[in-house]
Design a protein around this ligand. Structure first.
Ligand code: SF4
Length: 355
């Protein structure tokens, strides 16, 4: 596999981003940030779903005022998302772990200077977040909203901060389609040392967002590009983290967690494989130990797959074999199979933790 592109490392709270740090998964609350309790409830849901960092929008003064209390009770580092308003940026930067703002959009140089000074004083980074739909007028006129325009916009904002000797930067460049997003990140990667936050914007509902994000973020991750990421989904909060973790795992950039291989089934199947896989998926959701599990509908491919798995099921006629690291543990009736299989999975988890 291609190794990670070497980048500078920054910290969002205690979470390292860039260089050899694990690629983190982020999400965003959609409550009114001014509603402290609702926002904390969503942050906690994201925390339990496995998020590393959470972003909250700061559209107004009330939201900025709520940050101190949210930050005090949040189990996750907080990124405050601000557009245009440098006063809100200053207020947010007083207490959060990172701010997302494009310095070129907040007016006079003195304002950029003030924001950069405060972030430097508090030792927090700034995320430059370029969106293909809101490029600077001059850049858009020259490059339309293609990948090159996004790259030029990112370079413009980066330079504004570098000129102020501010280098705790991470960069995102999001479009709503996979091709432009990949092209932009690829173009910018050799031009700047800062870590990249990967993502698409307005990616759609779970089905489409998962496909688009898997294509775009997967392609970049396989090329060694990307240091933190968000999968944007119009849907349930937890889905974003679930999909992000799966993309990281399936692209080989995250070792922890359970990987399940299951067959698509065919006429040879003589048991309820789908229910078994769904149940096992539910039960292994919180397991961080790196384990490969294989669940196959018949003996045709099961034994071969089992050789590469830590634990496997090979279904038969209303029953199934449980196989652990190539060794058959026993044959069990269908109604006991999942429980018996999970006993072996928990044993493997325990063994892993004790080594
Ligand atoms: S493992 Fe067996 S049941 Fe599953 S798809 Fe292959 S042949 Fe069909």
């Amino acid at each position: 596999m291609i190794s990670r592109y070497p980048t500078k490392q920054i910290f969002v709270g205690k979470v390292a981003i860039g260089a050899d740090a694990p690629i983190s998964a982020q999400s965003m609350t959609f409550s009114k940030t001014s509603d402290v309790q609702a926002t904390l409830d969503q942050i906690k849901r994201l925390y339990f779903a496995g998020a590393d960092i959470v972003r909250v929008s700061i559209p107004d003064e009330q939201s900025a005022n709520a940050l101190k209390e949210i930050k005090a009770q949040s189990p996750l580092p907080i990124v405050a998302d601000i557009h245009f308003n440098y006063r809100l940026a200053l207020k947010a930067a007083e207490c959060v772990d990172c701010i997302r703002i494009n310095p070129g959009n907040i007016g006079a140089k003195s304002r950029i200077k003030e924001v950069a000074r405060l972030c430097k004083e508090r030792d927090i980074p700034i995320r430059i977040g370029v969106n293909s739909g809101s490029l600077e007028k001059e850049i858009e006129a020259k490059y339309a909203n293609g990948a090159e325009g996004m790259v030029q916009s990112a370079l413009y904002h980066i330079k504004l901060l570098e000129d102020l000797d501010f280098t705790a930067i991470k960069v995102s460049m999001k479009a709503s389609d996979a091709a432009r997003t990949v092209e932009a990140y690829r173009m910018l990667r050799p031009l700047t040392p800062y870590p990249f936050h990967l993502g698409l914007t307005e990616a759609g509902t779970t089905f489409h967002a998962t496909i688009k994000s898997s294509i775009a973020l997967g392609a970049l991750l396989l090329e060694g590009i990307g240091d933190t990421m968000r999968v944007s989904i119009t849907g349930e909060l937890e889905e974003e983290i679930r999909v992000a973790r799966a993309i990281l795992q399936d692209s080989g950039r995250q070792k922890e967690g359970v990987n399940i291989v299951s067959c698509p089934t065919c006429a040879r199947l003589e048991a309820d494989l789908k229910s078994a896989v769904t149940e096992i998926e539910k039960r292994v959701h919180q397991i961080k130990t790196p384990l490969n599990l294989s669940i196959m509908g018949c003996a045709v491919n099961a034994l071969g797959e089992a050789k590469h798995a830590d634990a496997a099921i090979a279904f038969g006629k209303k029953n199934g074999l449980v196989i652990v690291r190539g060794e058959t543990i026993g044959k069990y009736p269908e109604n006991e199979l999942v429980d018996r299989f999970m006993q072996e999975v928990y044993k493997l988890e325990k063994d892993y933790k004790s080594t």
